[in-house]
Design a protein around this ligand. Structure first.
Ligand code: 4AD
Ligand code: MG
Length: 431
């Protein structure tokens, strides 16, 4: 008997096949048992018709507990009402393992704390199935995008000797007889790699000891960071725009079914096409004031400001040239206005806010050294980084895209904790 996956079921119409998976849910009547079977690629209804299946099989299925692991054999037939377009007319069921006790997550609604505490089981449900498949699609699309453009993937270290994005969110860890920090960003190492290989990207876990409990913050999240030699700010914005529109299009073509399952407003995603809107920080502040925000000129945007601003547009918004004082030490200042940094934040529409932060890097040795001092960083830790300005310094830049924020926006989730398999947050490290 051929073992098939639910996502490929359409190819087997009219054939008898074998599915291996778990019982997701069940409903029965005197003559019928409807088994909802999941196998990690989808959920299908398997119908046990008592007069045909026989008494023994009917009883077995009628009594089966949720999350029993099983092998189901049956005939694939069309069913317009089904979410996968097909159902299975069951001819045999073999139980692999029956649960030793009642499964704690019933298909009814549960509170979010309960779900998070049972994340290892919650992952088996319908929503996580859709979200994780979209997350996977986005990851795969990122690699395809950069591969097609001739970028080299460079994996940067997780143990680091110094801060990249400010000292207030560092996780410290013992490193033999000294201390190390978990990386906040691979950028500084990607810069070294850009001098070696031209166009590179890193993509890995990053850590921030964020004390904030917002729906946009995790303490461990995945970040994609391209870094390109001889790039200017317009080029950096073009790259971000190309990438984001590609990712959205890829999910719309390959994971539409999952978007529908999540009840995502697909029309809103279809508007995400180039060119995006580009405005300066100055213009963004003026607009915010007009809209009633109490933002002070010179401040970075808060989450609320981003929400107000992005609700004005139905495409991602690129805000460039923030005041250098609110941004990271490595950013190059705008030669036209030295109070501004050559940087850009990409804010996702529908109130989702910042998904990308990027900049052109300071390539002047003296200016970079001064910035390191000004930010109270230890110069000795950055000697290797300063070397990049000593030996053939070059204009370059890139950006960081938060994977979970991007997934959250594309899926339309309320909180990014749903967008990573096992979220790490201020008050959660279990399971
Ligand atoms: O703006 P950030 O801090 O930029 C950097 O780390 C640069 N070194 C990137 C670069 O230029 N190579 O972070 C980049 C992105 C944010 O726009 C956001 O999407 C995500 O990383 N991010 C977080 N996502 C989840 N939880 C957090 N605590 C995050 N902090 C940043
Ligand atoms: Mg940022």
């Amino acid at each position: 008997m051929q073992h098939v996956y639910i996502e490929n079921i359409a190819k087997y119409e009219g054939q008898t096949v074998e599915l291996k998976g778990w019982l997701y849910n069940k409903r029965s009547s005197k003559k019928l048992v409807f088994l909802q079977v999941r196998d990690g690629t989808g959920i299908i209804q398997a119908v046990v018709f008592r007069p045909e299946a026989g008494e023994e099989l009917y009883q077995l299925c009628d009594r089966m507990m949720q999350e029993t692991s099983l092998i189901v054999t049956g005939l694939v037939r069309k069913d317009e009402r089904s979410e996968v377009g097909f159902e299975l007319a069951v001819t045999n069921v073999e139980i692999v393992a029956a649960p030793t006790q009642e499964y704690p997550l019933s298909p009814k609604e549960h509170g979010v704390d309960f779900l998070l505490g049972n994340r290892h089981l919650w992952l088996r449900s319908r929503r996580p199935l859709a979200i994780m498949r979209i997350r996977h699609e986005i990851i795969q699309a990122i690699h395809d995008f950069f591969d097609q453009r001739g970028f080299l993937r460079i994996d940067t270290p997780i143990f680091t000797p110094a801060a990249c994005e400010g000292t207030s969110t560092l996780f410290e860890t013992k490193y033999f007889d000294s201390m190390a920090y978990l990386t906040q960003s691979g950028q500084l190492y990607a810069e070294a790699a850009a001098a070696a290989f031209g166009k590179v990207y890193c993509f890995g876990p990053t850590f921030r000891a964020e004390k904030s409990k917002t729906r946009r913050h995790l303490t461990e999240f995945w970040m994609l960071e391209p870094e390109v030699a001889f790039l200017d700010l317009d080029g950096d914005m073009d790259l971000a725009e190309d990438l984001i529109s590609y990712l959205v299009e890829r999910v719309l073509t390959k994971r539409r079914h999952e978007l529908q399952m999540l009840e995502r407003d697909i029309g809103a995603l279809e508007k995400v096409i180039k060119p995006f809107v580009r405005i300066s920080y100055d213009d963004a502040v003026a607009k915010l004031k007009e809209l009633g925000s109490d933002i002070q000129y010179g401040d970075d945007f808060g989450g609320d400001d981003e929400t107000i601003l992005t609700k004005q547009f139905d495409k991602p918004l690129m805000v460039h040239r923030y005041p250098a004082d609110v941004k990271a030490f490595y950013m190059k200042r705008d030669p036209q206005d030295s109070t501004k940094a050559l940087c850009v934040d990409v804010l996702a529409p529908e109130g989702y806010g910042e998904i990308v932060g990027g900049s052109i890097r300071e390539d002047d040795y003296e200016k970079l050294l001064a910035a390191i001092h000004k930010h109270g960083l230890n110069t000795a830790d950055f000697e290797w980084y300063l070397d990049l300005r000593r030996y053939g310094s070059f204009p370059h830049g890139g950006f960081g895209m938060g994977l979970e924020r991007t997934v959250g926006w594309i899926c339309g989730t309320h909180h990014i904790r749903e967008c990573i398999p096992f979220p790490r947050m201020l008050e959660r490290i279990y399971p």
